[in-house]
Design a protein around this ligand. Sequence first.
Ligand code: SAM
Length: 282
Amino acid sequence: MSGIDDLPPLREVIAAHGLSAKKSLGQNFLLDLNLTSKIARTAGDLTGADVLEVGPGPGGLTRGLLASGARRVVAVEKDARCLPALAEVAAAYPGRLEVLNEDALALDPLAHLTPPIKVVANLPYNVGTELLVRWLTSESWPPYWQSLTLMFQREVAERIVAQPGSKTYGRLAVLAQWRTEARIAMQLPPGAFTPPPKVSSAVVHLTALPAPRFEADAKVLQEVVARAFNQRRKMLRAALRRLGPDIEDRLKDAGITPTQRAEEIGLEQFCALARAVATRTS
Ligand code: SAM
């Protein structure tokens, strides 16, 4: 018994199934079920929702989500060694856990989940940022998910909520704040994980806005912002040169002085720039 359910403690699960952590899969496990339940509660009321969990591993967060009343959890895990442990969790919560032995980057979520959908994950660090950018830049909006509750390295979490003018302000801040309300919900020291990672972590909660804060095409905005911050010390007219010979005019159309640098530009201006660039190329 573990306190939140009738299943064995996670240390026993890991020992019984030989789940030694693999660095290549970003495996840093959460073994404290009170903590995983707390993370699950950060996602809000789960009782009427399907939850997509990426990388359940031995199932600590999965159990937190199920014990917190999630209607259904679809858990996508690349490491087949975890499947027997997850099958035990599925048996303890009949009909509420579906485990997919897949790469989350290749998943078609709507083939498995029914709205309303919340995404909750202690993400593998190696794919976390890529998944987040994909979730934020879907062609249509609102997306299939209502909210994302995600564990990141603390430094990445800070980049998501950063404001213009700060060192951490960049692509992630612009994309996240464009279409979501984002906040850091919880900080965790390395010792919360087994094995402990080198850096601290944080849970970020992002709620999808009904519509983006400012109009822009997701692909164009993503490209503009990626180029602008790839060379963040350069003036924008130089950093964005590849976007076309008339980039200085497009910057001016958006109310940006071509000698400004990316970190001085707010979300509204980046969206105006994306619109100016899109109008020119359409
Ligand atoms: N959720 C568990 C926990 O909190 O203890 C494990 C978290 S661990 C940081 C990340 C998990 O993601 C690992 O179980 C790893 O095998 C899995 N993983 C890594 N890359 C993946 C991918 N591309 N698709 C699905 N799962 C992946």
